[in-house]
Ligand binder design. Structure first.
Ligand code: 5AD
Ligand code: SF4
Length: 470
């Protein structure tokens, strides 16, 4: 275990990530090799990265990845169930592709919907033969072998493991930014959230194994590492080294060749001064923190079991704002939690004004199976949730517009990540994770770091021009 290495997708496939558009086009009849797979991912970055690892496992077993359902022997959907809409999307996709699927194919549902619905999926979509939650991915090869040997239905639904899903080969989709899960599962038990149920208890990966992988990634040309976990800063090194999360950030940033280290998602309860100090001391740790608040009302935070009050959260914000570096701050917010009064909602709006977030993902509360808040009274009507969401988004948009406009004339380092169809137009991210669209007279190379001066701003992105260094 821990002896993982990385394969660029281009090298393995001679193509880019599977696109849905091509997936729903019926493909010309091609001879079907045994051993091709199609993999589609729904949901968060953790799921995206799990899919990279699942693809790595299958590629290492000799499977070839294909970009259409009809050309695949194994069709896998890595699913999300965080909100009801996400879960519904999975079932409608399973239905949509039914006509492209055939009896010889193995159809598998992976991820959170698999864990949540379990064997019920076989009743709802009888053409599915594999149901596997994220804590059981390490058994996928054996499960596929059982199906290939003629078994009709196989499940992997245990969450009872203290191991993380480390793979020998991970097929990474981005050649410069590598995602790396350092902690899986969640022990926090927020009352609205399915994650503790679908991803199981927290398991951290050993610090030496993380560092070894980062060194290999740097050797492979990756310059940005994004450390992932549902509660990434609750990282607890299981090895005798007992490295703290803030120390891990520093040692990862100091690996030669690594220029940027990001981490997401942080839980406010475990967000200490040591993390800010590490960010102040080491420029390679990106100046961005994603710190979901969920609500600005202590009463609602209590009902959500978030384990902090509005004031305690605002103290964390003050700590970040007092840092010697300008740290950008983003958040997640839920509106319409059961019993949320107009007054509670006003408190969330006033918290937006105080925190001055650089970005916020906001959601209408969605009741989920197996969560404590499912049984709470005083549900907020859908129309009222929509009204609150619209007000909140508009308020936040204005904050972002005003703050981004203050950045006119400033210079930032940007990683070049994309070329626009328009001549001389490029895009990338700043260390603070702002999207920068910029013009340049140079022929930029993707993956390079360049200086860009801000010339215009919108609520969600900056516009700039490349600064040529003497
Ligand atoms: N309803 C609405 N939003 C939710 N989230 C998690 N569970 C729910 C739910 N039941 C949101 C939280 C979390 C983000 C990933 O999704 O804001 O931080
Ligand atoms: Fe869900 Fe709360 Fe864990 Fe985040 S911290 S994954 S919201 S239970």
């Amino acid at each position: 275990m821990g002896n993982s290495f990385d394969v660029g997708v281009e090298r393995l496939l001679g193509s880019t990530v599977p696109q849905l558009a091509s997936a729903i086009q019926p493909q010309p009849a091609t001879p079907r090799d045994r051993g091709t797979f199609y993999l589609e991912t729904f949901g968060c970055q953790m799921n995206e990265h799990d899919s990279e690892k699942v693809a790595g496992v299958l590629l290492a077993r000799g499977y070839k990845q294909v970009e259409s359902v009809s050309a695949a022997n194994v069709v896998l959907y890595n699913t999300c169930s965080i909100r009801e809409k996400a879960a519904q999307k999975v079932f409608s996709r399973l239905g949509e592709f039914r006509f492209l699927q055939n009896d010889n194919q193995i159809i598998g549902v992976l991820g959170c919907v698999a864990q949540q619905e379990g064997e019920k999926i076989f009743t709802r979509a009888p053409w599915v033969s594999l149901v596997c939650g994220s804590a059981s991915y390490r058994n996928l090869p054996q499960m596929l072998a059982q199906l290939e040997a003629g078994e009709k239905r196989v499940t992997g639904l245990d969450t009872d493991t203290d191991e993380t899903f480390e793979t020998e080969v991970t097929r990474r989709d981005n050649p410069w930014r590598a995602y790396l899960t350092i902690i899986e599962g969640c022990d926090k038990a927020c009352s609205y959230c399915v994650v503790p149920h679908t991803r199981g208890p927290e398991r951290s990966r050993g610090s030496a194994s993380i560092l070894a992988e980062v060194r290999r990634l740097a050797d492979g040309g990756y310059s940005e590492i994004q450390l992932l976990g549902q509660t990434v800063n609750s990282y607890a090194d299981p090895t005798p080294r007992r490295m703290r999360f803030s120390e891990l950030l520093v040692v990862v940033a100091e690996v030669p060749g690594i220029r940027r280290v990001r981490f997401t998602t942080s839980h406010p309860r475990d967000f200490g001064k040591d993390i800010v100090e590490a960010m102040e001391a080491v420029p390679g740790i990106c100046e961005h923190v994603h710190l979901p608040v969920q609500s600005g009302s202590t009463r609602v935070l209590n009902a959500m079991a978030r384990t902090y009050t509005r004031d305690q959260y605002l103290e964390k914000v003050a700590m970040l704002r007092a840092a010697t570096r300008e740290i950008s701050l983003t958040t997640d917010i839920i509106v319409g939690f059961p019993g949320e009064t107009e007054n509670d909602f006003e408190e969330t709006l006033s918290l937006l004004d105080l925190a001055q977030y650089d970005g916020a993902f906001s959601f209408k509360y969605s009741p989920r199976p197996n969560t404590p808040s499912l049984k709470m009274e005083d549900a907020i009507p859908e129309g009222e949730k929509s009204r609150r969401l619209a007000i909140l988004m508009e308020r936040q948009r204005e904050i972002q517009r005003a703050n981004n406009e203050k950045l006119l004339g400033r210079e930032y380092e940007v990683m070049v990540e994309g070329k626009s169809k328009k001549e001389r137009q490029w895009s990338g991210h700043t260390s603070s994770n702002k999207v920068m669209n910029f013009t340049s007279s140079e022929q930029e190379s993707l993956g390079d770091y360049v200086r860009v001066r801000v010339t215009a701003a919108t609520p969600n992105s900056l516009v700039g021009e490349r600064v040529l260094q003497p």
